[in-house]
Design a protein around this ligand. Structure first.
Ligand code: PEP
Ligand code: CO
Length: 483
């Protein structure tokens, strides 16, 4: 229980409503009555569920769920509110056209995937991409992992049927197991606590890597030159790699060795999907007396949970983190304006990022009106392109896949639309891994549908592999230089 020093009549209870302990003359507030807190408060789980949260699992054991939530409430924050504010400032620069965002990682992280090698490979590819993009964009690249918390998935159907057997759909390791057995598919609240620990371990490793020499610019550039030298795909980008090389050699020659060469800022993000987890991880920050979701620096609302009067919009409207909203081809400009009004009523710079995911075939038609109307309304927003989720299809072999050419085509459409409107194409949101998986077809290595089965490891959407991710970075670098 916190007693607010600036409003002595308020005592904040656990669910963040205020109890008036002393009447204040002329205020109309009576002693002993409960009123909504005058500052932003954390909605209770009951209030959220009353709004009908979409995409929530059905837990059979309410007692076990309550225990998991209680455990999470007691757990230390994974990130600090001040770090979220720093990221918000960086995203304000993205919105102003003074920085570029690179957000990437798995579609769905798994508990199995919490290994040093997996996290390191993902981080390495993101850092490699960031160097190329920074050079081409000539502005800072904000590095945001889709990791350390990306364990819950929205699904198009609640159930899955195989050979006549119907079981709950896999909703991510945060909810249930991937194996198609009744035991595995049963939603288990204890997994929420495991998400916390898996996220903590991942974030700890990431923090150590990015400050402990692994993110050294010359080291990262050496990996890029290896890629350019050793792969057929890479050889096409020799000219740009050589330019970066000359820039670094020049810096060395003049004796420049700033701190920024040896460490990078890196932040975490995931889709805020599970109300129990995100609400339990939302805390009042003692500096500002405001709620922050301390499960990640940045959280976003997915295409399937962005209902204006729904629980996800309600919860994220209360927290002070920088947040994102995915907007698909069915999002109207009015939807975007209403979301901005709900989620960022003060038009705070850096607070809101719109992540568009139209699909390669629809972005050139759909995006212009959306950007135009939002811009005309004076709304401060960072525009980011997710070229993955509008381009998924099922290969004849049954694998869910994406064509690298469609991904590039959507990014090109995104750049073209923003260029023609005079707005800033603020960044990229991609599903990728640092490993040599075979999940998306195409790219310089010409992976075809028959090759998908070689190393298909994603438990959800197909990711760009290491080479495809680097190729994407070089191609986007070329677009940025023309932008
Ligand atoms: C995702 O990002 O994995 C996802 C489910 O995206 P969307 O909400 O855009 O469909
Ligand atoms: Co996905």
């Amino acid at each position: 229980m916190t007693i607010r020093s600036d409003v002595p009549r308020c005592v904040r209870s656990a669910d963040a409503w205020v109890q008036v302990t002393r009447g204040v003359a002329g205020s109309g507030l009576a002693p002993g009555r409960t009123y909504p807190c005058p500052v932003s408060t954390i909605p209770t789980l009951e209030q959220l569920h009353a709004l009908g949260g979409a995409q929530q699992p059905t837990y059979r054991d309410p007692e076990a769920l309550a225990q998991a939530v209680a455990r999470l409430r007691k757990s230390p924050p994974l990130v600090f509110a001040g770090e979220c504010d720093e990221l918000k400032e960086k995203l304000a620069a993205v919105a102003r056209g003074e920085a570029f965002l690179l957000q990437g990682g798995d579609c769905a992280e798994t508990f199995e995937g919490v290994t040093a090698e997996n996290v390191r490979n993902k981080l390495r590819v993101l850092l490699q991409m960031a160097v190329v993009l920074t050079y081409a964009a000539s502005v800072p690249v904000v590095k945001l992992g889709r990791l350390a918390g990306q364990y819950a998935k929205p699904r198009s159907s609640d159930t899955e049927t195989r050979n006549g057997l119907t079981l709950p759909a896999y909703r991510g390791d945060a909810v249930n197991g991937f194996d198609f057995t009744a035991a595995d598919r049963e939603p288990d609240p204890a997994r929420l606590v495991e998400v916390y620990h898996a996220s903590a371990a991942t974030l700890n490793l990431v923090r150590a890597f990015v400050t402990g020499g692994y993110a050294d610019l010359r080291q990262v550039h050496t990996w890029n030159t290896d890629f350019v030298r050793d792969s057929v795909t890479g050889q096409r980008y020799e000219a740009m790699a050589a330019e970066i090389d000359r820039a670094l050699t020049f810096m060395r020659a003049i004796g420049a060795d700033p701190d920024e060469f040896h460490r990078v800022d890196f932040h975490s993000s995931h889709e805020a999907l599970l109300l129990e987890y995100e609400q339990a991880m939302t805390r009042i920050d003692s500096r500002t007396d405001s709620p922050y979701d301390v499960s990640a620096h940045f959280v976003w609302i997915g295409e399937r949970t962005r209902q204006l009067d729904g629980a996800h919009v309600e919860l994220l409207s209360r927290i002070r983190n920088p947040i994102g909203v995915k907007l698909g081809p069915n999002a109207s400009p009015d939807d975007a304006l209403a979301l901005a009004a709900r989620l960022n009523p003060d038009n705070e710079p850096g607070r809101l990022t719109f992540i568009t995911r139209f699909g390669a075939g629809r972005i050139r038609d759909g995006l212009p009106t959306l950007v135009e109307k939002v811009t005309a309304a004076g709304i401060e927003v960072a525009w980011v392109c997710d070229p993955m989720h509008g381009n998924t299809f099922e290969a004849s072999s049954g694998y869910k896949t994406r064509d690298f050419a469609d991904v590039i085509e959507e990014v090109q459409g995104f750049f073209d639309v923003h260029r023609s409107l005079g707005t800033w194409p603020g960044g990229l949101h991609v599903e990728l891994t640092g490993d040599d998986v075979t999940e998306c077809v195409g790219g310089g290595e010409l992976l075809d549908e028959a090759g998908l089965g070689d190393r298909y490891e994603s438990v959800c959407d197909p990711r760009l592999n290491r080479v495809q991710s680097l190729e994407l970075a070089f191609l986007v670098a070329e677009m940025l230089r023309k932008a």
